[in-house]
Design a protein around this ligand. Structure first.
Ligand code: UGA
Length: 428
């Protein structure tokens, strides 16, 4: 089929590339000229495993093109995907301006009947509102389908090519059939529901996972008080298939562009509908506090950080991505700088993005070992493989004071190198 994808962020780019990979002709459109110029040169806007190679292969095969012309993209396609950003507004509501702008342009550009598939994470009722607009403003028949995405940064291509489920929310039998056929080659169970349920499945899934993380983090904090080990607790809990092993890793909380935004978004959607989401609000509050656990533990060691040099190992919100949006590193490093400490930071791919968020007395280093040189303490914030496999003995040996705060429980408590190190982790 001929497809157009509006938005070349994580969701849009991955959708465009994977849809081309299974044989569709795809035009991916973004309004940022520099992004499109780079994509046309084969330079990816995000660090994501496997996407560059798959993108080039499909461009070479003539199935994938990038453009800044929404009109061109829309006119040449049967199905238009909306995959633009829905960031949080300052009051916690969902900022829908990019989605609204996409609808405006489709209305202006449309030249035949089309199906519009919404991949952006949007408040419940958006499909209905969009359908109403197209019905009123377009002389062609437009059928709007909600089809939320469930990709994780770092494994986005894998998630899209082999989904657990494909959720399709539509009132139209014809549009459901077309979208269902489009996604069939990827496999996964297709969940065909009404649009409101589809839109809510996305928020409810993310908020549930985020709550699971906050739950284990709250248990971790209790473990520290009672002398238990959260890893043992999580292991024992996770063997119950009703609980499951995943997303029970205690640490310094969740970050990124999805969980913080979608938990807040769900609370705000609920509030607008007269519901008070106490559990999700609790998960948000726990996470806000948990993100600062490393800094707090360090402050217990050094009540005065003036003149101290602190190594920060890992800046991105998780490994496998260059994304630092709402990463715990931002708040921790800002607090260190504010207290008068100098920072020696290491991250394999996140430095460029981090520099745009935080400025100050920060030296960027090429390896975790180098970051630890002459440091008074090290904070481990992201469990990158390079950090996991670092020469711990060498790094600790080169530190001025041997204080290591491990926010991701990377090192085993019984590691002999940690003898003689003041080592603090989460819930152990
Ligand atoms: C998340 C969801 O996992 C995807 O299913 C969803 O499609 C996506 O949001 C989205 O809405 O677009 P993502 O934000 O890429 O994906 O990252 P996750 O792997 O879910 O991790 C989120 C955060 O939770 C990270 O900061 C990670 O360090 C933290 N986490 C995860 C924990 O602290 N403990 C865990 O056990 C798991």
């Amino acid at each position: 089929m001929n497809l157009c994808v509006l938005g070349a962020g994580y969701v849009g780019l991955t959708s465009a590339v994977c849809m081309a990979e299974i044989g569709n002709n795809v035009t991916c459109v973004d309004t940022v000229q520099e992004k499109i110029d780079n994509l046309n040169k084969g330079v990816m806007p995000v660090f994501e495993a496997g996407i560059g190679e798959m993108c080039r292969r499909n461009m070479d095969a003539g199935r994938l093109a990038f453009s800044t012309s929404i009109e061109e993209g829309v006119r040449g396609s049967d199905v238009v995907f909306i995959a633009v950003g829905t960031p949080p507004a300052p009051n916690g509501d969902v900022d829908m301006s990019q989605v609204d702008a996409a609808v405006d342009t489709i209305v202006r550009a449309i030249n035949a009947d089309k199906i519009v598939v919404n991949k952006s994470t949007v408040p419940v009722g958006t499909q209905a509102a969009m359908q109403k607009r197209f019905d009123a403003e377009s002389s062609y028949r437009v059928e709007v389908v909600s089809c939320p995405e469930f990709l994780q940064e770092g494994t986005a291509v894998k998630n899209m090519m082999h989904p657990d489920r494909v959720v399709i929310g539509s009132d139209s039998g014809h549009a459901t059939e077309v979208v269902s056929e489009l996604f069939k080659p990827f496999g996964g169970e297709q969940v065909i529901v009404d649009p409101q349920s589809s839109e809510l499945i996305k928020y409810a899934s993310n908020a549930f996972l985020a709550t699971k993380i906050s739950y284990i983090n709250e248990i971790a904090n209790l473990c520290e008080r009672v002398g238990a080990n959260v890893e043992h607790v999580a292991y024992g809990m996770g063997l119950d298939p009703r609980i499951g092993k995943q997303f029970l890793r205690a640490g310094i909380g969740f970050g990124g562009a999805c969980f913080p935004k979608d938990t807040q978004g769900l609370v705000s959607i609920a509030r607008q509908n007269g519901c008070d989401m106490k559990i999700v609000q609790g998960a948000i509050d726990i996470n806000t506090a948990q993100q600062m656990r490393c800094y707090e533990k360090l402050r217990d060691v050094y009540p005065d950080l003036r003149g101290k040099t602190i190594a920060v190992l890992g800046l991105t919100f998780k490994p496998g991505t260059d994304d630092v949006r709402l990463a715990p590193s931002i708040r921790n490093v800002k607090a260190l700088l504010q207290d008068g400490a100098s920072v020696r930071a290491y991250d394999p791919v996140g430095v460029g993005n981090f520099k745009r968020e935080v400025q100050g007395d920060i030296t960027y280093c090429d390896s975790p070992e180098q970051a630890c040189e002459n440091a008074d303490a090290a904070l481990l914030l992201t469990e990158w493989p390079q950090v996991r496999s670092m020469d711990l003995a060498g790094a600790v040996g080169a530190m001025r004071e041997k204080v290591l705060v491990d926010g991701r429980n990377v090192f085993a408590l019984e590691d002999t190198v940690l003898k003689g190190v003041r080592y603090y982790s989460i819930g152990r």
